[in-house]
Design a protein around this ligand. Structure first.
Ligand code: AP5
Length: 215
């Protein structure tokens, strides 16, 4: 089963993708994580990507499609969770071509609905573990021991450079202009399912599980 988690920045896509990996053995493909890896490599491409991400704009389609193509080739017996991809109609078309070539298909596209005010609160309070990628929030989901990751015990807890109010306004604009048209695209294909992403994390997890059990 291959699914897309679709929603604005801070909707909870990464949080739920990690839970799906743990419970269902699926593989998360996050283009945001792949791009952060590229920027930390310090390559010329990584430097260009860093500038675009920090502004809150979208990286070009050819770069992200190339990254996804590479990861898809590895296969995933439990299926893929696309997190933050596709983000444009061109990326959606490319994904369709890639999955077709692999003899695979999408089972569902899950839209996580959260209002803008809550999104800004979520991203400005977010921090992540640089070692294992676990995601936290200063107020709603702190670590049990301050400064130590619950999942792996690392002290490498970081805030993202683009998790500030200015960049977030731009990211939301990009979402509404370029990504939200995908809701109509996948609705027309009969794949779109929507859930309330404002609910507590466990409630969102159960809603996704119910959708997948019916897909
Ligand atoms: P990316 O890394 O994909 O960021 P994003 O889509 O902006 O999404 P986020 O990671 O910010 O949020 P999320 O939905 O995963 O929320 P999370 O679970 O962390 O992309 C970053 C940049 O890379 C883009 O701006 C762009 O430049 C570039 N890029 C990436 N993909 C691209 C593509 N395909 N094409 C072009 N450019 C691309 O949760 C957020 C916070 O909320 C956390 O603190 C969490 O603890 C908390 N939280 C989660 N769920 C709940 C809940 N139910 N209740 C309360 N709090 C919650």
């Amino acid at each position: 089963m291959n699914i897309i988690l679709l929603g604005p920045p801070g909707a909870g896509k990464g949080t739920q993708a990690r839970r799906l990996m743990d419970k269902r053995g699926m593989v998360q493909l996050s283009t945001g994580d792949m791009l952060r890896e590229a920027r930390s490599s310090g390559s010329a491409m990584g430097k260009r990507v860093a500038e675009v991400m920090d502004r809150g704009a979208l990286v070009t389609d050819d770069i992200v499609i190339g990254l996804i193509e590479e990861k898809l080739a590895g296969g995933a017996p439990g299926g893929f969770i696309f997190d933050g991809f596709p983000r444009t109609l061109a990326q959606a078309d490319a994904l369709e071509g890639l999955t077709e070539r692999m003899g695979q298909e999408l089972s569902a596209v899950i839209e996580m609905q959260v209002d803008d005010e809550a999104l800004i609160e979520r991203v400005t309070g977010r921090f992540t573990c640089g070692n294992c990628g676990a995601v936290y929030h200063e107020r709603t989901h702190p670590t049990a021991v301050e400064g130590v990751c619950d999942a792996c015990g690392s002290g490498d807890l970081r805030k993202r450079a683009d998790d500030n109010a200015d960049s977030m306004r731009q990211r939301l604009m990009e979402y509404y202009k370029k990504t939200s048209p995908l809701l109509g695209y996948y609705h027309a294909k009969g794949l779109l399912r929507s859930i309330d992403g404002l609910a507590a994390m466990d409630v969102v997890e159960r809603a996704i599980a119910e959708l997948l059990d019916r897909a």
